[in-house]
Design a binder for this molecule. Structure first.
Ligand SMILES: *Cc1c(COP(=O)(O)O)cnc(C)c1O
Length: 387
C-alpha cells in the first residue's frame, strides 16, 4: 500500500492507446481521417443500434453546441437546463443567443425532474437539456413524453452517462433528438479532449457534420476519397472548428474497447463504498432500478447529518490525510455570470442549494485498487470521528 497522495481522478491509458497514437503520428495523417471514422463506427456499434449516427467532435461542449444548432435553437428561444450541472450545459445556449431557463433538481438523484421541467415551459421553450448527473439517468420516459406534448427538442447531456442503462436501454439509444458524450480527461473513458454526438435523425446528423468543419458540405476524409477533384469543396454555412483529430480518436478506439472492463471496476468500487458506509449517516447516491445502471463517473456523498464539521473543513482534512476530493457541482445560480445575467438566487433552487452545501465527491476511478478505496473509507471515518 502506498502512502502517496491519492488524487481525485486519473485517466487509465494503456499501451494499446499509446501505440495507436504513435501509429497516427507516424502515418502522416494526424487530423480527422480514418481513425476518427473508425471510432465513430465502433461507437455506433457499441450502442448497438444500426440506425445511429455517431459524430466525433473535439469536446462534449462543441457537441452540445452543434446539436442545439442543428435543432434550430436561435435568439428569442428558451432552453431548459438544470442549475446543478457544469457551466457547459448552459453556455451553449448563450452561444446561440438563446436564453437558458434554470430548474431545480431532485433531492435523491440530483437530476432535473419531470415536474420542474413542466413548470418551466413557456411558449418560447425550444429545447431541454437533461443532465444524467454522476451517471444515473434522468426520468427520461416522463421528460420525453412532456417534450413530445409541447413539441420541445430533447438534447441529452450524457457527459457522465457512458455507459448507463435506462430501463434496459443504453443512454444514447433513447428517443431524444440527440445525445452527447464527453471524453474529457476525467470522464469514464477519454480521448484527452473529445466528445460524441449521437442521433438517429439524419437531418440533425447531416447538419452536425457540416457545422463541425467550417460549414463545408463534405468532411475532409470524404473529400479526398470522392470522385470530385481533391481541391474542390463548398461552404454552405459559417460553421465551426469542432472536428476530432485522429490522434484523439486513436486513444478513443482502445478506450471504447475497455469500457465494459472499466464499468465493472467502477461498479466494484461503488459497491465497496456502499458497504463501508452503510452504518454511517452519510447520504449516498440513489441507486438505479433493476433494469437500469449507474456509470459511477462521480461518487457523491452528503454530509448534512454531520453538524460538527463543514463541507470545506471535511475536504481539507481529507487532503491532509492524502485523499483528494472534489465538489459537484457549484450550481450555476451561484456563479456571477449566470446569477447576475438571469437574476438567480439560492431561494429559487432550494434542493440544489442544499445538495451543493453538503456534497463531497470522493475518488472513484479504474486505476484505484480496493486498498485505495479502503484508504478513502478510513480517512472518511477518521475525519468524521466514526469508530
Ligand atoms: C464534462 C462535462 C461537460 C463538458 O464536457 P467537455 O468534453 O469537457 O466539453 C458537459 N456537461 C457536463 C455535465 C460535464 O460534466
Amino acid at each position: 500500500m502506498s502512502y502517496s497522495f491519492l488524487p481525485y481522478a486519473l485517466p487509465e491509458i494503456g499501451d494499446a492507446e499509446i501505440n495507436e497514437v504513435v501509429s497516427s503520428l507516424k502515418s502522416g495523417w494526424i487530423t480527422t481521417g480514418p481513425k476518427a471514422k473508425k471510432f465513430e463506427l465502433a461507437f455506433s456499434s457499441f450502442l448497438g443500434r444500426e440506425d445511429i449516427e455517431s459524430i466525433a467532435v473535439n469536446s462534449a461542449t462543441s457537441g452540445l453546441h452543434l446539436a442545439l444548432e442543428a435543432v434550430g435553437v436561435q435568439p428569442g428561444d428558451e432552453v431548459i437546463v438544470p442549475t446543478y450541472t457544469f457551466t457547459a450545459t448552459a453556455e451553449i445556449v448563450r452561444y446561440l443567443g438563446a436564453t437558458p431557463v434554470f430548474v431545480d433538481v431532485d433531492f435523491e438523484s440530483y437530476n432535473m425532474t419531470a415536474s420542474s421541467f413542466r413548470a418551466a415551459i413557456t411558449p418560447k421553450t425550444k429545447a431541454v437539456v437533461p443532465v444524467h448527473f454522476a451517471g444515473l439517468a434522468c426520468d427520461m420516459d416522463s421528460i420525453l413524453a412532456i417534450a413530445k406534448e409541447f413539441n420541445i427538442k430533447v438534447i441529452e447531456d450524457a457527459a457522465h452517462a457512458l455507459p448507463t442503462y435506462y430501463k434496459g436501454r443504453l443512454i444514447g439509444t433513447l428517443d431524444s433528438d440527440a445525445t452527447v458524450f464527453s471524453f474529457y480527461a476525467n470522464k469514464t473513458m477519454t480521448t484527452g479532449e473529445g466528445g460524441m454526438v449521437v442521433t438517429t435523425n439524419l437531418d440533425i446528423a447531416k447538419r452536425c457534420k457540416v457545422m463541425r468543419l467550417h460549414g463545408i458540405s463534405k468532411d475532409a476524409f470524404d473529400r479526398y476519397s470522392s470522385t470530385k477533384p481533391a481541391w474542390s469543396y463548398e461552404v454552405v454555412a459559417p460553421g465551426y472548428k469542432y472536428n476530432m483529430p485522429d490522434i484523439s480518436a486513436a486513444i478513443g478506439i482502445h478506450q471504447l474497447k475497455r469500457l465494459p472492463e472499466f464499468k465493472v471496476k467502477r461498479e466494484q468500487l461503488a459497491k465497496y463504498y456502499f458497504e463501508a458506509f452503510k452504518d454511517m449517516h452519510i447520504g449516498l447516491a440513489k441507486l438505479p432500478q433493476e433494469d437500469s445502471s449507474h456509470a459511477w463517473h462521480i461518487f457523491p456523498i452528503q454530509l448534512s447529518n454531520y453538524k460538527g464539521i463543514t463541507r470545506d473543513q471535511f475536504i481539507s482534512r481529507m487532503s491532509e490525510l492524502g485523499v483528494g476530493c472534489s465538489v459537484h457541482f457549484i450550481p450555476l445560480h451561484l456563479h456571477p455570470y449566470w446569477r447576475d445575467t438571469f437574476n438567480l438566487s439560492p431561494e429559487m433552487f432550494p434542493v440544489a442549494q442544499h445538495l451543493f452545501e453538503n456534497e463531497v465527491s470522493i475518488p472513484l476511478y479504474t486505476r484505484m485498487s480496493l486498498e485505495d478505496a479502503e484508504r478513502v473509507v478510513k480517512a472518511v471515518k477518521q475525519v468524521l470521528s466514526y469508530d
